[in-house]
Design a protein around this ligand. Structure first.
Ligand SMILES: Cc1ncc(COP(=O)(O)O)c(C=O)c1O
Length: 448
C-alpha cells in the first residue's frame, strides 16, 4: 500500500489526532497538546522503518523510532510514546519543538515573501546580517543553507586570499568535523569520515588539536588559513582553551594567514554566549572584545530548525568575494532570514544564553557527582552550557539506545561520548528529569 504524506483524520473529529494518551500520563491540560497518532489508519513504527528501508538511501545509522510531533523539550513517536529531547536535531532546535516564535515567523514570512533570487535585495537579509555583525564584529555575512556550505565559503575565501602568492592550504585539527561535502570532508580530521571516497580534495592538512607548536611547525609556503572548532562537537566535546585560541591568532598574524572558526555546532548561544569563542575568551581583559578570527561558519541553531548557514567574514577580507565569486540559490532567502531574526532576537531578549549556561553547569555538576571509577558507565563530563559530553566506559551508541528506551534522546559523538544538547529554553524541571533518567540508567548498568 502506498504511503500517505498526511495522517488521516479520526472520523467525527475536527482534529487529525487526539492526545488522550499523553494527557493521562502527564496530567497536562489539552491546550497545547492537540496531537496524537490515529493508529487505526496511520502507519506504525515497523511500517515506517520498512518504508525507509525500501525507499530511502541508507546513509544514516538511525535509531528505530519515528517521530510525529513535538512540544517544547518533548517529542512523541508514532506510537505516542513521549521522549525528553536532549538531542535537539544535534544542536538545531534551539527553542525546542513547535515554538510559537518560529511558527509565527514562518507564517508571516511565508505569507509575505518566501523566496526571491539573490539577484535582488530584501530587508530581512540586511536585518539578519546586521545582527550577526553587531554580535560578532566589523565584517560582512554570506548566507547559505547548511554548516558544510558555511565552511565551503571559508575554503573559497582562503583560496582567494592566498591566490596571489600561490597559497591555498588550510590547516585543520585532528578529530575535527566540518561536514560531508567533498571539501568539508577533506577538511575533517577524522579518517573514518573520509574513507572510501577516493582522492580527497587537495589543500587540507591535519594538526593535533590544542598543540600550538605542532601547528606552527606545519605552516608552509602554501598555507593560507587555519580552521578549528572552538569546541569539537562530533570529535567528542573537546573544548579549546583561551591560550590556544590566542596562540592561533598569533601564529596567523606572524605568518600572514587567516584564522577561521567553525561554530556550526557551538554557535547561536549553545555555549552560553552567542559564539563559543566569545565564551572561551571571557575573563581575558585585553582580548575579550578585541579578539576576533577572520571568518566564522555558523548554521544549525541559527533559525531553530529552519535550514540556514551563515559565514561571517571580518573586514577587509569580506570584499575578496566580489560579484560572481560565490552564490547559493536558496541562501539567505527572506523566509530563512526572517525565522533566524525571530529566533536570535528571542534568544537574546529572554537571556536564554545566560540561562542555558547556568542550567548546563548544574547538569554537568550533578552528572559529575554520579561518575564513579568502578560503577556505571559515566566516566567524566566535558563541555559547557547546552553542549555537554558524557564520556562513557561502554559503547556510546548502546548507551544512547538504552536512554532512548527510558525516554531520553541524546546524540552519540564517536564511540565513547554521549552528547547532551537540550533546547536553550529547557526548564529546570526538565533538567532534573534528564538527570534522574541518566542516574537511573547509570545505576542499572552498575549492578552486575
Ligand atoms: C562543527 C560542524 N561543522 C559542520 C557541520 C556540518 O553541518 P551540516 O550538516 O549542516 O552541513 C557540522 C554538523 O554536525 C558540525 O558539527
Amino acid at each position: 500500500m502506498p504511503f500517505s504524506w498526511k495522517y488521516s483524520p479520526i472520523p467525527g473529529s475536527e482534529r487529525n489526532w487526539s492526545c488522550e494518551g499523553d494527557l493521562r500520563r502527564t496530567g497536562a491540560s489539552s491546550a497545547g497538546f492537540p496531537l496524537m497518532t490515529n493508529r487505526r489508519s496511520n502507519p506504525g513504527t515497523a511500517q515506517i522503518l520498512e518504508g525507509y528501508r525500501q525507499y530511502v538511501v541508507p546513509s544514516y545509522a538511525r535509531f528505530p523510532v519515528a517521530f510525529v510531533r513535538g512540544k517544547g523539550s518533548y517529542v512523541w513517536d508514532v506510537e505516542d510514546r513521549r521522549y525528553l529531547d536532549f538531542c535537539c536535531g544535534i544542536a538545531v532546535n534551539a527553542l525546542g519543538h513547535a515554538s510559537p516564535i518560529i511558527a509565527q515567523a514562518l507564517e508571516e514570512a511565508a505569507g509575505r515573501l518566501i523566496h526571491c533570487s539573490n539577484l535582488y535585495y530584501h530587508p530581512m537579509g540586511a536585518a539578519l546580517a546586521e545582527t550577526l555583525v553587531r554580535w560578532i564584529g566589523a565584517g560582512k555575512v554570506f548566507f547559505s543553507n547548511s554548516g558544510a556550505e558555511a565552511n565551503e565559503c571559508l575554503f573559497k575565501l582562503a583560496r582567494r586570499f592566498g591566490e596571489a602568492r600561490g597559497a591555498f592550504e588550510i590547516l585543520t585539527a585532528q578529530g575535527s568535523f566540518h561536514g560531508r561535502t567533498l571539501a568539508a570532508m577533506a577538511a575533517t580530521g577524522q579518517d573514518k569520515v573520509r574513507r572510501g571516497f577516493g582522492p580527497p580534495i587537495p589543500g587540507f592538512r591535519y594538526v593535533p588539536f590544542l598543540d600550538l607548536a605542532e601547528t606552527e611547525r606545519a605552516v608552509g609556503p602554501a598555507t593560507a588559513a587555519i580552521l578549528v572548532e572552538p569546541i569539537q562537537g562530533e570529535g567528542g566535546v573537546r573544548a579549546a582553551t583561551r591560550s590556544y585560541l590566542q596562540g592561533l591568532r598569533e601564529i596567523c598574524d606572524r605568518h600572514g594567514l587567516l584564522l577561521f572558526f567553525d561554530e556550526v555546532q557551538t554557535g547561536a548561544f549553545r555555549s552560553g554566549r552567542f559564539l563559543a569563542f566569545q565564551r572561551l575568551m571571557e575573563g581575558c581583559e585585553k582580548d575579550e572584545d578585541g579578539f576576533l578570527p577572520d571568518g566564522i561558519a555558523m548554521a544549525k541553531g541559527l533559525a531553530g530548525g529552519f535550514p540556514i548557514g551563515a559565514t561571517w567574514i571580518r573586514d577587509p577580507y569580506a570584499d575578496l568575494l566580489g560579484p560572481g565569486s560565490h552564490a547559493s540559490t536558496f541562501g539567505g532567502s527572506p523566509l530563512a532570514c526572517a525565522v533566524a531574526c525571530a529566533v536570535l532576537h528571542h534568544l537574546e531578549k529572554e537571556a536564554l544564553g545566560r540561562q542555558i549556561r547556568e542550567k548546563g553547569e548544574r547538569l554537568s555538576l550533578e552528572l559529575q557527582a554520579a561518575a564513579s571509577p568502578d560503577r556505571g558507565w559515566i566516566e567524566s563530563i566535558s563541555g559547557v552550557g547546552g553542549l555537554l559530553g558524557i564520556h562513557v566506559r561502554r559503547d556510546a551508541r548502546a548507551i544512547a539506545h538504552a536512554l532512548l528506551a527510558r525516554g531520553l534522546l541524546v546524540a552519540p559523538a564517536g564511540e565513547r561520548v554521549v552528547r547532551l544538547l537540550p533546547p536553550l529554553n529547557v526548564s529546570s524541571e526538565e533538567i532534573s528529569e534528564a538527570i534522574a533518567i541518566l542516574r537511573a540508567a547509570n545505576e542499572m548498568e552498575a549492578t552486575p
